[in-house]
Design a protein around this ligand. Structure first.
Ligand SMILES: [Zn+2]
Length: 335
């Protein structure tokens, strides 16, 4: 489809050396947390569900906060709006500890499950709730389940319209459930009719012609520490920086099947057991691994990685109107 062009990886406002300078800034790698409850990722496979957040998200987020304070590291916390609405004090405590606040949508729904108007509305609501609770402008967004891709690129325009400076949702590899093969591996500007924002892709390492996801969530949990460490070293050799991500629930080895059963009475026990296995495997090792990585490598927020005052100054590029409903994706000719 050649209806409009949202992506231009060559931003005329930046010279190559300026882009490289971002890559080797002393801010180091980026550390990010998607703040959602223990069941959110597990029930994604069951369709569009809304289950109220529990105290577990507070308990686990506070454990991470303590760990980061101990290791003297700051991170970007992408809150679900529903978590911020239920536990505004948690958002405030994260902000007061000097971290950056970001948004992870209002409910835990993938972009494919929303239309452009619904996405704009729910993300705007999430942004307002998080900003009011934390007293800090929200600059960054992470799509649920890395669902930003060719089919959902329309969401970039909504992000620019809502005043986001960057998105960090594209996993540039060919995945089964997510991924955008061929997408750039380093941060790049995305131009939309509503303004320009940055995409800060999740980290992959290149090996034998393949792109292998690394440095976060299940990859951090399932793979040995040596793999993540080697991936970070590899990125540093290429003068790239990692975007490490994790979830508060990855610290929690408890599993409240009774709570899920209340909200999902029709789901079989077998299905719940399978979800539990995929989501809960090797949780006990998360904190020790994380502590080693935080001690060995330099980490900071995504905003620090991008630098301040340089984002979103580019005037909007006039482009033809996108088709209603966003069903037609932009041309990604530069990928
Ligand atoms: Zn999530």
């Amino acid at each position: 489809m050649k209806d409009y062009l949202l992506v231009d990886t060559v931003d005329k406002t930046l010279t190559p050396s300026e882009v490289l300078e971002r890559e080797i800034s002393p801010a180091g790698h980026a550390l990010s947390v998607d703040v959602e409850d223990w069941y959110n990722a597990a029930v994604l496979a069951l369709g569009r569900r809304v289950i109220p957040p529990t105290e577990a998200v507070v308990r686990n987020t506070e454990r991470l906060l303590l760990l980061f304070a101990e290791m003297r590291v700051q991170a970007t916390w992408f809150f679900l709006g529903e978590v911020a609405d239920s536990f505004p004090g948690l958002v405030r405590r994260v902000a007061e500890a000097g971290h950056e606040l970001g948004a992870h949508g209002y409910h835990h729904h993938r972009l494919q499950e929303l239309d452009p108007a619904g996405f704009r509305r729910s993300l705007g609501r999430a942004k307002d709730v998080i900003e009011q609770a934390g007293g800090q402008r929200v600059r960054g967004h992470r799509a649920v389940a890395f669902s930003m891709g060719r089919e959902t690129w329309w969401a970039m325009e909504a992000l620019a319209e809502l005043g986001f400076d960057y998105d960090s949702s594209v996993f540039p590899f060919r995945g089964v459930r997510y991924g955008m093969s061929g997408a750039p591996l380093s941060p790049y500007p995305v131009r939309t009719r509503r303004g320009t924002l940055w995409e800060v892709p999740l980290s992959v390492v290149r090996w034998a012609g393949l792109r292998i996801p690394a440095c976060g969530g299940g990859y951090l949990r399932h793979f040995p520490l040596a793999f993540t460490r080697a991936a970070l070293r590899c990125l540093e050799r290429e003068r790239r920086r990692a975007v490490v991500y994790l979830h508060p629930y990855e610290l929690d080895v408890d599993y409240d099947a009774g709570y899920l059963r209340q909200w999902l009475p029709a789901v079989s026990h077998r299905r719940l057991r399978w979800l539990r296995w995929t989501q809960y495997r090797r949780r006990a090792g998360t904190i020790p691994k994380l502590r080693r990585l935080l001690a060995e490598f330099s980490f900071g927020t995504l905003a620090a990685m991008l630098g301040t005052g340089r984002v979103n100054p580019t005037p909007s590029v006039p482009l033809p109107r996108a088709p209603e409903g966003g069903s037609s994706g932009p041309t990604l000719s530069t990928f």
